[in-house]
Every structure is written in C-alpha cells, then in structure tokens.
Design a protein around this ligand. Structure first.
Ligand code: UDP
Length: 480
C-alpha cells in the first residue's frame, strides 16, 4: 500500500478484558486492510496480548504494541492490581481509576513521538481528546456498547429524569428515547444517579462532555440490530459515529483463536467440545457473568439449586478468586455427583466463543456485558438477562424489550458492589421459560434471524463494512 494511502492508528483500550478483547478485534481488522495499528497498553496486558499478536502473523508486521507502565505504587495500589477485575474493593477501585487519570502525560509523549493519523481511545479516558488535539490528531471514542445504551446514557445525562422520582424503585420514562423505555434509579449506573460529586460522577461528567468534543464514536454494533437507535444517536442526539461491528466476525478465527479470547481457558477446550458433542442441538444453557461480576456464596448456591430444578443441561462458569478452593462449599451437598454428565462447571475462564457457537447451545444466562450480548446474538441464542453494573441494565432492555429475545431475571442493584440475591425459583423459572415451549422457540427464531443479519453486515457491501470503508476514506482524506 502506498504511504499516502496507509493509515497509522493508535488504539488505547481500558485495562479490563471486556475492553481489550474488542480492541484486539479492531486492531486486526485495520491491519487486515493494510493499515498500521498500534496498541498502547500496560505490561500486564502486553504479556496476555503477545500470544494473540504472534498468531496474527499474516498481517503481524502491521501490528505494534507500545507499553505504558501502570502507576500502581504512586497511587497506593499493590503491584498485582493491574486490571479492573483485580480492583475488587471500593478502595482499590477508587485508586485504580485515579491511577488511570495519570496516564495522560505518558500518552502525550507517545503521540508527540509517533504522530499517528488517528487515536481510538477508550471512553474511560476522556482526557485523551485534549491530548490528541495538541498534535492535531482526531480522537475517536470507543465505548464498547450499543447504540441503545449510548442513546439512553445521553438522555439520562441531559434530562435527569431520575431526579423526578422519590424512591430507587419508582419507574420513570427516559425522555427523548424512542420506545417508551422505563427504568428505575437502581438500574442506572452509579454515575447517573449520584448527586454527590464523587470521583465517578466527575469522571462520567467528563466522559459526557468529551463525547460532544471528540472527532466521533466507533460502535461495535450493526445497523440492522438497532436501526432506530443508530439513527437517533446520529440525527436526534447529534453524534458523529460509525457502526463497524460485530468486530469479531470480520477476522476469520480458527478454533484456537476462539478458545483463547482474552485469557487461556481454565478447561481443556477439547474436553469442553467433547462434552458438548454428546448433547442434542439446542439443549444446553450456558451461564456466565463476564470478567468482572463475582457473586457471593449465597448467590452461587441459589443458582445451583435453580439450575438443578430447571432440569436443563448446562455449562456454568464460576469466577475464580474466593471460589477457587478444591472443595466447592458454595454448592449444594451432592450437587456435582447428581449433575455428572448433565452439568459442567468451569472455574475461572471459559472458551466462551467456542461454547456459544456450538450447535448444542440453546440459551445463554448473561450479565449483559456488551461483548457477551453480541456474541450471544451472533450465535443466534435467546438470553436470560441478569445485569449487574454499568451499561448492562440498558443492554438488558434492548435484549428483552426491543429485540424480544430474552427473559429478565428481574433483579435490582443497590450500589456499585451490591445486587439483589436472586432466589433459586427465579433462575429455575427464567431458564425454563427460555429453553422450553412456544415462547422459547419464537425467541430462538428471532435470535437466529439477527445472527444471520450480523453476518451480512460485515460482508462487502454490508452495513458495517460500508461504514468502516467510509471511515477509512475519511481518515485518508484528512491525511492528504
Ligand atoms: N469471556 C470469556 N470467558 C469467560 C468470561 C468472559 O471468553 O469465562 C469473554 C467473553 O467472550 C467476552 C468478554 O470476555 O468477549 C467479556 O466481555 P463483556 O463485555 O461481556 O463483559 P465484562 O467482562 O466487560 O463485564
């Protein structure tokens, strides 16, 4: 590719799996189009990334990694706390976010030295817009969520409808959002509800202000999935944006790629596939709450009882950490023996992409992280929605109310670290509704149709592929 035609794009993801994973997909996508892509990240993630980068040898020479030291010690963080999922207490979380705000100076040095054509930086780095502007570099924001959640966030921020209700359980409508979407205060991310000027309220005010001043927004979604909200975000709310997803569908992934997204799985992927191969199509439900959400023992016990009572076969991922011990005391007595052959528990990290795409899969119990949601949609799976934090309650509304492909567990959230403990009957009922009967079949067939549309979107001439081409052209024009 001629030098004037080749772009050099910097990608700066937040230090969390749910942000790093789609960024790697973007990096590979731009490199596969012949552009240079540089990821800026911290040493902990460089280690994790090295395997992925080596594997992309076809265009590996176009991918580069630059390391920024994560300032743990200066911010009172222990050296091991290098990733959002490790910041498991309010104190660590607060220090973790404080540490991230000091990365601006280091970013400035890198931009000054390398002068890329564009910076794609995570929404959690609002200051990146001003740093890039110093060198005339356009900054694109990557939120890692859908148009629906982006619209809802802007409308809640602009109109503050939650201030008109007196209790956390009273429903209110989100103004200027198509579809009569109602929420309660307990379903909003903290930053939308707090009146006190906490560190997070300040951060999210800066994020909202930066949205208005940045070059534009990249959205890992496809037009056919949420056209009303894509149009509203652009025309109604006035944000320049490109939908270029689902990102993971562009790059042809082999089995090893799909098994090793983010981290090495805690189970041998062949063992997992053999287990699934022995099951009937659409018969297994996959239960996983992403990389951050961690339930206490009481909640795990209720989930176990609920899964058993539903009578469905399942794969259940339980995060490591406090549940790491050999003896699973959070399981009902005799559970593992009774569930032998019927349920598979993965402690740690699952090869989620491989599992979801297996024909034995019939449904997905998810926390509604946007990556998981999109992966579920692309696999044509209906979902039990069990949101825990951030944009997840918005994503739940999209799945259940707008797309009609999910059953809500109907939980509530009381603070950043506290959600309702859902009783076993809630899991049993939601899982049964999702897996058995006419309604389940209808949801599955709608989900399958969306999965097919997603594939069409990333093909040449498809909606996402066309938006991607338009973005690349625009950036090339700026360069000339
Ligand atoms: N994931 C995985 N194995 C696991 C848990 C998660 O591969 O055991 C992947 C999942 O496929 C998704 C990402 O990690 O790509 C999680 O991102 P998401 O936005 O769903 O949730 P978050 O972890 O950010 O809450």
């Amino acid at each position: 590719m001629e030098k004037t035609q080749q772009l050099h794009i910097f990608f700066f993801p937040f230090m969390a799996q749910g942000h790093i994973i789609p960024t790697i997909d973007m990096v590979k996508l731009f490199a596969s189009r012949g552009h240079k892509a540089t990821i800026i990240t911290t040493p902990y993630y460089v280690l994790l990334l090295s395997k992925t980068i080596q594997k992309t040898s076809v265009y590996g020479s176009l991918i580069n990694v630059l390391t920024l030291e994560f300032p743990c010690a200066e911010n009172g963080l222990p050296q091991w706390c290098q990733s959002l999922d490790m910041a498991s207490t309010p104190d660590l979380l607060s220090k973790f976010f404080k540490a991230t705000t000091t990365l601006g100076t280091k970013l400035d040095q890198l931009l000054q030295q390398h002068r890329p054509d564009c910076l794609v930086a995570d929404m959690l780095f609002p200051w990146a817009t001003d740093v890039a502007a110093r060198y005339g570099i356009p900054r694109l924001i990557f939120h890692g969520t859908c148009f629906f959640a982006l619209c809802a966030t802007v409308c809640v921020y602009r109109y503050a409808p939650h201030k008109d209700v007196t209790s956390d359980c009273d429903p209110f409508l989100i103004p200027n959002l198509p579809g009569e979407i109602s929420l309660t205060r307990s379903q909003l991310p903290d930053f939308d509800t707090d009146d006190v000027e906490t560190q997070f309220v300040k951060l999210f005010r800066e994020i909202n202000e930066t949205n208005e001043r940045s070059y534009g927004v990249l959205v890992n979604s496809f037009y056919e999935l949420e056209r009303v909200y894509a149009d509203h975000y652009r025309k109604g709310l006035g944000f320049k944006s490109w939908h270029i997803g689902p990102l993971f569908l562009y790059n042809k992934m082999d089995e090893e790629d799909r098994a090793n997204r983010g981290m090495e799985p805690s189970i041998d992927e062949h063992e997992c596939m053999n287990w699934l191969n022995s099951k009937k199509p659409n018969s297994v439900i996959y239960v996983c709450f992403g990389s951050l959400a961690d339930f206490d023992d009481a909640q795990l016990l209720e989930i176990a009882h609920g899964l058993e009572a539903s009578g469905q076969e399942f794969i259940w991922v339980v995060k490591k950490g406090k549940h790491e011990g050999v003896k699973a005391e959070w399981l009902p007595v005799g559970f593992e023996k009774r569930m032998e052959g019927k349920g598979l528990i993965i402690r740690g990290w699952a090869p989620q992409m491989l599992i979801l795409q297996h024909e034995a899969m019939g449904g997905f119990v998810t926390h509604c992280g946007w990556n998981s949601t999109l992966e579920g949609i692309c696999a044509g799976l209906p979902m039990v929605t069990w949101p825990v934090l951030a944009d997840q309650f918005y994503n739940e509304k999209l799945i259940t109310q707008i797309l009609g492909i999910g059953v809500s567990i109907d939980n509530r959230r009381w603070s950043m670290f506290m959600v309702d403990c859902m009783k076993r009957e809630a899991t049993e009922n939601a899982v049964s509704r999702l897996m058995v009967g006419e309604e389940a079949e209808e949801m599955r067939s709608r989900a399958r149709a969306l999965g097919e549309m997603a594939k069409g979107a990333v093909e040449e001439g498809g909606s996402s592929c066309s938006d991607l081409n338009a973005l690349i052209e625009e950036l090339k024009q700026r360069k000339m």
